[in-house]
Design a protein around this ligand. Structure first.
Ligand code: FAD
Ligand code: NAD
Length: 478
């Protein structure tokens, strides 16, 4: 067989950018025999992000929540082409995506163009820094596997450096001060995991650090987890107090250096105060920003000029101002929160839409064939027979075309808050159920376990949980 299958000239080329929640959910339900499908992403795996905070402390090993895209694609009905590369520019007029392989190993060809008839953009978002000086240089983010690995290494580096012979007490305090900026679910879940790591393992393995290890969560708004119910916010803040995680609300970080952050808060007299907070580890979790490739695409489309947060899409997820580009997930603005739940539902909606579009085209071409056959029919009996077939097809076509717009079903929000407790806002038949505690934690575990990508992932995650509980988390610094 040839190294790479040439595209079928009778089919449209559907290019899908990204291998995250949106794109992979589309690929799961897409009938790939209808299109020449090409997937382009710098990441050749799907990442189950809800369990990523657990990878920062080794509760879960990162490979347990990764699923190789090749493994998934090889089970599709018709071959799907995958290129491990980043889309650097989407030319909307020319219908071409420019891609670049920026991985460590590059061949003589590392940049090329991929033409498309239809394009799905599922490139997610990048980390928001709000242009605050020093953030990119000095903090760790928590979005990708590499980020979690970096944090895990850094936690141990801080602990080992703090116990270095002759380290001054002030410096020990700084090194063991773990600061998390952003009180959204990412920041809260990470702070909880980190405190667990300290309480369950670090305290025992390195007793010298026990008096100085300290986690602080800094949030600009008056409370953490603003998207959760008021009683769950209070429950989280109370639990953090018991876990001795310090929460600094109404405190906005303005500047970051390699050793301290400068944060502004209003003191009791109503004065704005700028405070220096020294840190050993700084994790920055202040939400999403638009990727440059998306900004560039928005710049090419007049209908997108007023958008700031991402690609404006209509109710069928078509990028406004275009007719052959769709967007899913964090890069699309469809009035929903940027969550995996939304991205996954958008992806499967698009799969249904594309499957139906292909069916529609197939029926329309069959109808065309039948109308020609009817004209050529030798007698009335043959004409009537064809007419009957056409009527059936038209009925089928009407049914296929009856596809409503995308509607999001919110199943609820879940977050782990440490010490084997979780909070959950769940949509129930009778309304909303807001619950927190240990029982919710078991629900959190089973819910995320059932949502894992594959049985392989599920087994690996269970094994990691058992391993961490039995032997403690591994404190070696890789
Ligand atoms: P992503 O999943 O981020 O995927 C984007 C894909 O595009 C990646 O494969 C990336 O490599 C690729 N890509 C990037 N740039 C390019 C480019 N230029 N060209 C081609 N491909 C590109 N949501 C929940 O609902 N529940 C949770 O519990 C939850 N927990 C989370 C925990 C963490 C730590 C984080 C960071 C997020 C969490 N989220 C959660 C949010 C959720 O992960 C995102 O909303 C979701 O990943 C968005 O899906 P997406 O497909 O838009 O983007
Ligand atoms: P977020 O946008 O939810 O929260 C970021 C927080 O950072 C905000 O509360 C904001 O006020 C704060 N902030 C911004 N600038 C600041 C500054 N300079 N100083 C101090 N605080 C500052 O971000 P996230 O937690 O990364 O979540 C991103 C998306 O992913 C959200 O939609 C979230 O729902 C989703 N997510 C969900 C889960 C879950 O369901 N368990 C977990 C993680 C992420």
């Amino acid at each position: 067989p040839p190294d790479q299958d040439p595209p079928d000239p009778n089919k449209k080329t559907l290019v899908i950018l990204g291998t995250g929640w949106g794109s992979v959910s589309l690929l799961k339900s897409l009938d790939t025999s209808n299109y020449n499908v090409i997937v382009i992403s710098p990441r050749n795996y799907f990442l189950f992000t809800p369990l990523l905070p657990s990878c920062t402390t080794g509760t879960i090993e990162h490979r347990s929540i990764m699923e190789p895209i090749r493994n998934f694609l090889r089970h599709k009905k018709t071959a799907v082409q995958f290129y491990e590369a980043e889309a650097t520019k989407i030319d909307y007029e020319k219908k071409v995506v420019y891609v670049s392989d920026d991985s460590e190993v590059r061949g003589d060809t590392s940049k090329t163009e991929v033409p498309f008839d239809m394009l799905v953009v599922g490139t997610g978002a990048e980390n928001a820094t709000f242009g605050i000086p020093g953030v990119k240089e000095h903090s760790c983010f928590l979005k990708e596997v590499g980020d979690a690995q970096k944090i895990r290494k850094r936690i141990m580096d801080c602990c080992e450096t703090a116990t270095f012979k002759g380290q001054e007490p002030e410096e020990v305090k700084r090194l063991l001060h773990m600061v998390v900026v952003g009180g959204g679910p990412t920041g809260v879940e990470f702070a909880g995991e980190l405190q667990d790591f300290f309480e369950n393992d670090l305290r025992k393995w390195i007793p010298e650090i026990a008096n100085n290890f300290h986690v602080t969560l800094v949030e600009a708004l008056p409370s953490v987890l603003p998207m959760f119910s008021k009683n769950l916010i209070d429950y989280t803040e109370q639990t953090f107090k018991e876990e001795t995680i310090e929460i600094r609300t109404k405190t906005a970080v303005k500047n970051v250096t390699d050793r301290y952050i400068e944060a502004e808060h209003v003191d009791a007299s109503g004065q704005k105060v700028l405070e220096k907070i020294p840190y050993g580890l700084l994790v920055w979790a202040t939400g999403n920003a638009v990727r440059p490739v998306i900004k560039d695409l928005m710049g090419q489309i007049p209908a997108q000029k007023d958008s700031r947060r991402g690609l404006l899409v209509n109710e069928y997820l078509v990028v406004k101002g275009t007719d052959n580009i769709w967007a899913v997930g964090d890069c699309a603005i469809a009035n929903y929160a940027p969550t995996a739940q939304v991205a996954a539902q958008e992806g499967s909606f698009l799969a249904r839409l594309f499957n139906q579009m292909a069916k529609t085209e197939e029926i329309e071409s069959e109808l065309h064939g039948l109308s020609e056959a009817q004209e050529k029919a030798p007698n009335k009996e043959a004409r009537d027979k064809v007419f009957g077939q056409m009527k059936d097809l038209q009925k089928r076509l009407r049914r296929v075309k009856q596809m409503g717009p995308f509607e999001y079903t919110h199943n609820g929000s879940l977050a782990y808050i440490g010490s084997e407790k979780a909070v959950a806002d769940i949509s129930w038949w009778t309304g909303n159920l807001a619950t927190g505690g240990q029982l919710t934690y078991f629900f959190w575990r089973s819910a995320y376990l059932s949502m894992c990508f594959s049985t392989r992932n599920r087994i690996l995650v269970i094994m990691d949980w058992i391993k961490a509980k039995t032997f403690g988390r591994d404190v070696s610094r890789e």
